[in-house]
Design a protein around this ligand. Structure first.
Ligand code: QAP
Ligand code: CO
Length: 167
C-alpha cells in the first residue's frame, strides 16, 4: 500500500477527463487500496483517481463514523431520480481549508463496478448522495468551486497559491 500525493486546485491536471476502466485487474485493485489508504491518511470522506493524477474512472468513499466502510465505484453511471436541490457545505482534499455551500439534486441512482469487477446499483441518500456526485464531478474534470461565483473561486485560488508560496 502507498500514500499518494493529492493534486491541489488550480492544478490543470484536475481538469482531465477520466477514462473507463477496461478490466478490473490486479493493478486496479492496487490503485483502489492505495486510494483508500490515501483517503484515510488525509482524513477525507471521498477521493477520485483524478485527484492523484490517475485518469481512470475510480472513486473511493467512506462516510461512516468508524471509517471502516469504504465504498468503491469503478466506471460509475449516475442518474438523477429526485431533482429537488439541497444545499450542503462541501470541502475537497484538492481545495484544503475551504468549505462552501453547493446545491445538488437530493436523489440519485448509481450503477458501478466494485473492486472485484462486479456490477452493483445503489440509491444513496444524504451525505453519501452528495459525496458521490462530488466525486463523479472530479472524473469529469469538475470541482466544487466551479459552482461558486468567479469572485469566490478566484479568491480561493489566490489564497491557496499564496499559502503554497509561503509554506
Ligand atoms: C468531498 O471531501 C465532500 O479542506 C470529499 O483541510 C466533502 O473528503 C463531499 C478535507 C464534503 C461532500 C461534503 C478537506 C480534509 C476533506 C479539507 C473531503 C481539509 C482536510 C475533504
Ligand atoms: Co473533491
Amino acid at each position: 500500500m502507498a500514500i499518494l500525493d493529492i493534486l491541489e486546485f488550480p492544478d490543470p491536471q484536475l481538469r482531465t477527463i477520466a477514462k473507463p476502466v477496461k478490466n478490473v485487474d490486479a493493478s486496479i485493485k492496487q490503485l483502489v487500496d492505495d486510494m483508500i489508504e490515501t483517503m484515510y491518511d488525509a482524513e477525507g470522506i471521498g477521493l477520485a483517481a483524478t485527484q492523484i493524477n490517475v485518469h481512470k474512472q475510480v472513486i473511493v468513499i467512506d462516510v461512516s463514523e468508524e471509517r471502516d466502510q469504504a465504498l468503491v465505484f469503478i466506471n460509475p453511471n449516475i442518474e438523477v431520480v429526485d431533482a429537488e436541490l439541497h444545499e450542503y457545505q462541501e470541502g475537497c482534499l484538492s481545495v484544503p481549508g475551504y468549505y462552501e455551500e453547493v446545491s445538488r439534486p437530493v436523489g440519485v441512482k448509481v450503477n458501478a463496478l466494485d473492486q472485484n469487477g462486479d456490477a452493483f446499483e445503489m440509491q444513496p441518500e444524504g451525505l453519501l448522495a452528495v459525496c458521490i456526485q462530488h466525486e463523479i464531478d472530479h472524473l469529469n474534470g469538475k470541482l466544487f468551486v466551479d459552482y461558486l461565483s468567479a469572485l469566490k473561486r478566484n479568491r480561493i485560488k489566490q489564497k491557496l497559491q499564496k499559502e503554497r508560496r509561503t509554506a
